[in-house]
Structures are given as structure tokens and as C-alpha cells.
Design a protein around this ligand. Structure first.
Ligand SMILES: NC(=O)c1ccc[n+]([C@@H]2O[C@H](COP(=O)([O-])OP(=O)(O)OC[C@H]3O[C@@H](n4cnc5c(N)ncnc54)[C@H](O)[C@@H]3O)[C@@H](O)[C@H]2O)c1
Length: 258
């Protein structure tokens, strides 16, 4: 798919932030859009603002994903593009409570696995299907101060890569959106490290939607609304110890600023 015009599209976690901007932009481009959120009122408000359909559901649990995919298919026919966008951020290291680690795992990773499980069969039969996962630059690099977020976003990227390499020759397109800071309620609630590291270069969610439209047209796996992330990712791979030393200096800077 090079354009979303006329496509049946589902965006999870679209009652707010990046998901809302994606849903509105896709609708403006002529897509038939399902706006999902666990907060049904927020989903209804965004859907009402852009002529889309709201489906309130938990986009992470097995039952919630099954209900969402089946209601979306009733609404759209087969789903052409599924955007696994819902995500959670939790600050802290290994001491972070089990429940918070689990919440990040469920929403940032298993939501994508469960959606793919239901989507891929019919997509392979049709010989086409498109999945876009909202990951994060934290999935390519890391996020100081937030181990559960960094670890689960790396896992989300690994799963998207695995799907892309496994199904590319059978008509499936898989892409990963990896922004740094985006001005949404998530960023506003992400604490001091995020504020110090991300606020200055933060972009509006509409810029992420613009980059996604361009990314769908060019088909590259990574959609980078902050283009400078490509160089950081290459540096991490090429000179891992140098990159880790730089990140440790950043960590020390954060500790002395707090
Ligand atoms: N804001 C940033 O700086 C930033 C940067 C990189 C990546 N991201 C990623 O972008 C995505 C969207 O984040 P955002 O900044 O728009 O956050 P946000 O908090 O503004 O919106 C997230 C939405 O997801 C919904 N949600 C949470 N759990 C859900 C579930 N189980 N099922 C359905 N909906 C659920 C929430 O109700 C909320 O409306 C996330 O995956 C996030 O990790 C955000």
C-alpha cells in the first residue's frame, strides 16, 4: 500500500496523542478509519472529529484484541492497515513493580503479537496486508531512567523486524514508527529524565502523522519523524562502547540535574 486513500484502517490507542493524529490524518487522506482506545469516550470524541468509527476495547488483552479485530472487520471488511499504536511508559529500573513491568509487556509487545496472530492468516490468503507498529526511538536506542519502556520497545522492534523478514515475499508490509519526544499526554507525564532529554526536540503528533504518510509511500521499515535518530542508531551499532559511554555521561548529567 502506497496510499491510505480508500483503505480500511484501524488505529489503536487513538483517543489521544499520536494515535489521534494518525487517525485524523488517515481520514483526511480518504481512509475508512476505526479509532480504538481503551477509553471509549476518548475514542468516540476523536472518531466524531474526523468521520471515523469508534471501537472502545483493550487493544492488548487476548479477548480485547479479538473483539476489536472482529468488530473492525464488520465495519470495514478486511482490515487493510492495522496501526498497533497504543503504548504505556513506566519509569524506573529493575525495582519497578511487577505489575508495571507486566503492563508495559502486555501493551507495548503482546498487543502487537495478538493483533498479528489474527491478521496474518487472512492477509496471507489475500497476498497483502500492512502493519505499522508505533515503537519509539527507545526501541532503537534506549530511554535513560525507564527500563520497562526501553526493554519492551526493543522487544516491539524485534517483533516488527521478525514479521517483516518472514512475510515480505508473501505481500505483507511491516513498518515501525520510532520518534523521540512527541508532545502528548504520555510525554507530559514521563517525569524528569524525559523532560530534560526530550522536551527541547519534541515534535507535534501531526508531524509524526506526516512522516507516517511519507513512510507509507516510500515503504521503508523505519519511519523516523526525528531523522537524526538514524545516525544515533548507526553509531550505537558501529561503536557500542563509545555509545554506552556517551549514554552514561548523559545519565550522570541527569543525576546531577535532579
Ligand atoms: N509521546 C512520546 O514522546 C512518544 C515517543 C515515542 C513513541 N511513543 C509511542 O507512541 C504511542 C502513543 O503514545 P502517545 O504519546 O500518543 O500517548 P498518549 O498517552 O497520548 O496516548 C496513548 C493512548 O493509548 C491508550 N491506551 C493505553 N493502553 C491501551 C490499551 N490496552 N488498549 C487501547 N488503548 C490503550 C490510552 O488510553 C491513550 O489514549 C505509544 O506506543 C508510545 O510509546 C510516544
Amino acid at each position: 500500500m502506497k496510499s491510505v486513500s480508500g483503505a480500511g484502517v484501524v488505529v489503536t490507542g487513538a483517543g489521544s496523542g499520536i494515535g489521534a493524529a494518525l487517525a485524523r490524518r488517515f481520514a483526511a487522506e480518504g481512509a475508512r478509519v476505526v479509532v480504538n482506545d481503551i477509553n471509549a469516550e476518548a475514542a468516540a470524541a476523536v472518531a466524531g472529529s474526523c468521520g471515523a468509527t469508534a471501537i472502545g476495547a483493550d487493544a492488548a488483552s487476548e479477548e480485547g484484541v479479538a473483539a476489536l479485530v472482529s468488530s473492525a472487520r464488520s465495519e470495514l471488511g478486511e482490515i487493510d492497515l492495522f496501526c498497533a499504536n497504543a503504548g504505556l511508559a513506566r519509569a524506573g529500573g529493575p525495582e519497578t513493580h511487577e505489575a508495571d513491568w507486566d503492563a508495559c509487556w502486555q501493551v507495548n509487545v503482546m498487543a502487537h503479537v495478538r493483533a498479528a496472530r489474527l491478521l496474518i492468516g487472512p492477509w496471507l490468503e489475500r497476498g497483502q496486508g500492512h502493519l505499522i507498529c508505533t515503537v519509539s526511538a527507545a526501541g532503537l536506542l534506549t530511554m535513560p531512567g525507564s527500563a520497562p519502556y526501553s526493554v519492551t520497545k526493543h522487544a516491539a522492534l524485534a517483533f516488527a523486524e521478525w514479521l517483516a523478514l518472514t512475510y515480505a515475499h508473501r505481500g505483507l508490509t511491516v513498518q515501525a514508527i520510532c520518534p523521540q519526544g512527541v508532545r502528548t499526554p504520555m510525554l507530559a507525564g514521563s517525569g524528569a529524565a524525559a523532560e530534560l532529554l526530550l522536551f527541547d526536540s519534541a515534535i507535534e503528533p501531526e508531524v509524526v502523522a506526516e512522516a507516517t504518510i511519507a513512510g507509507i509511500a516510500d515503504g521503508q521499515f523505519l519511519i523516523l519523524p526525528h531523522p537524526e535518530v538514524a545516525g544515533m542508531y548507526a553509531g550505537r551499532a558501529a561503536e557500542t562502547d563509545r555509545w554506552l559511554r556517551g549514554m552514561n555521561r548523559l545519565q550522570q548529567g541527569l543525576e546531577s540535574a535532579q
